[in-house]
Design a protein around this ligand. Structure first.
Ligand code: ADP
Length: 418
């Protein structure tokens, strides 16, 4: 195992894992810190749920992940956070970087959340979302990590014991050698973490190349773009044409949609134009009806066991109406539990391929199915790969956070498995 990654949330971890698999590394994503060994992997992404945890907990979990990755023999480490730098003055990006640097005995690392393909760029240390400064984007109103300052040097400085510096775009465009020289110069002046500007994918490749020998990198999944090439250049990673190949998995297919995002609403509507679907009636569910039994019974009656959609997906107005009666959290959990039970029932009767829409919904289903690790396969859409559970009877899973994927995502995902 070459590269050990620690991601501060699940779907962000998948995004990174997909990038590494596409780059030719055999990649496994684990849900939390694993207990045993993982075989046949060049990179492992340990996905935590630490983004908004109390800082002490985020640090403890990240250090546990680091220890496990060290025990697997990784020679480089990557701390992955969101490309919108989701954090507060209390953390958790700064405290986790500090702790990882201490544990690895390091005095220097970089911080680069840029991901130009997704519209996240960093210029003169300022983070842009599309053409807006981070602090003018929707992130200023985020319920847990409102980002009201786009100056990342200032934002990170408030969270870390290290001195924070900046490598500007004028240096980055000079290429990997210039970036490396700037890193060395920064380190000698006592800078512990440097923000690095990046405006293009070419910039990310140059930064990745400059960091080939850096034991710890931190950033969004973008700077991982250049890392597989580093390992190939050093001779540690063979050419793996089939790094993202998954075993053939036979069995019925189901789509479980618990996301109510705009994208998922459109994807559900598109599927229902030509394919069967079972709508979870949330009001009846809350009133105690056996929706799980009804859904399983419905699926067993489908002709030739066609791929089916089970969805709770509703319009924002419908969601608000039911939430105002039963409470948002209570409703969400009841729906998640029901969808997870339906997935478990389907798995018991021969469904082996699952497309799950919704971050929280994916978490609930994966937990209910007892899955602890996923081998990463081919990308369906950017950031959403097919995966297969690491188990004696593997399942194929595509876990889509709400707003990801094209309107024909469900059909596209199933075709990709043929
Ligand atoms: P996303 O990735 O779009 O945020 P999530 O699965 O993370 O999707 O979150 C959606 C939440 O909404 C879940 O808790 C889910 O159980 C809940 N939910 C799904 N359908 C409904 C509905 N019809 N009414 C109320 N809540 C719902």
């Amino acid at each position: 195992m070459l590269l050990g990654c620690i991601a501060d949330d699940f779907t962000g971890g998948t995004d990174l894992a997909s990038m590494l698999a596409t780059g030719g590394m055999r990649t496994v994503q684990t849900i939390g810190v694993p207990e045993g060994r993982i075989d046949s992997a060049d990179a492992v992404v340990v996905a935590l749920k630490s983004r908004t945890a109390p800082p002490t907990q985020a640090v403890a979990e990240s250090l546990a992940a680091l220890r496990w990755l060290q025990a697997q023999g990784c020679r480089q480490f990557f701390f992955k956070y969101c490309s919108t730098f989701d954090s507060t003055p209390a953390g958790n990006i700064g405290p986790v970087i500090d702790a990882l640097m201490d544990a690895l005995g390091l005095s220097f690392t970089i911080a680069c959340p840029a991901y130009p393909d997704n519209g996240r760029t960093v210029y003169r240390g300022h983070l842009f979302v599309g053409s807006q400064l981070l602090s003018d984007s929707g992130m200023k109103d985020h319920p847990l990590t409102p980002m009201t300052d786009a100056n990342l040097v200032r934002v990170l400085q408030a969270q870390t014991r290290q001195r924070v510096g900046l490598i500007g775009h004028d240096t980055v465009v000079t290429g990997a050698a210039g970036i490396l020289d700037a890193c060395k110069a920064a380190a000698t002046t006592g800078i512990g973490i440097t923000i690095v500007d990046a405006l293009s994918t070419a910039d990310l490749h140059a930064i990745g190349r400059a960091c080939a020998e850096l034991p710890l990198l931190t950033g969004g999944s973008g700077i991982a773009l250049g890392l597989p090439d580093n390992f190939r250049r050093s001779g540690e990673l063979p050419d793996r044409a089939a790094a993202g190949a998954l075993p053939r998995i036979d069995g019925a297919a189901a789509i479980i949609a618990g996301s109510c995002s705009t994208a998922t609403n459109a994807q559900v509507a598109r599927w229902l134009q030509t394919r069967p679907g079972f709508r979870v009636d949330v009001r009846r569910l809350l009133a105690g009806a056996d929706i799980v039994g009804e859904a399983l019974d419905w699926q067993s009656r489908q002709a030739r066991r066609d791929p089916v959609l089970v969805y709770a997906t509703s319009t924002p107005e419908e969601v608000r109406a039911v939430q105002s009666e039963a409470g948002a959290e209570q409703t969400g959990q009841r729906v998640e539990t029901a969808l997870a039970e339906i997935a478990a029932g389907l798995a018991q009767t021969g469904t082996r391929k699952f497309v799950i829409a919704g971050g929280e919904t994916s978490g609930a289903v994966v937990k209910r199915l007892g899955i602890r690790a996923l081998r990463i396969g081919p990308a369906i859409d950017p950031g959403v790969p097919w995966t297969c559970s690491v188990a004696t009877q593997p399942l194929a899973l595509a876990l889509k956070s709400g707003n990801f994927g094209s309107v024909d995502f469900f059909e596209k995902a199933l075709n990709r498995l043929q």
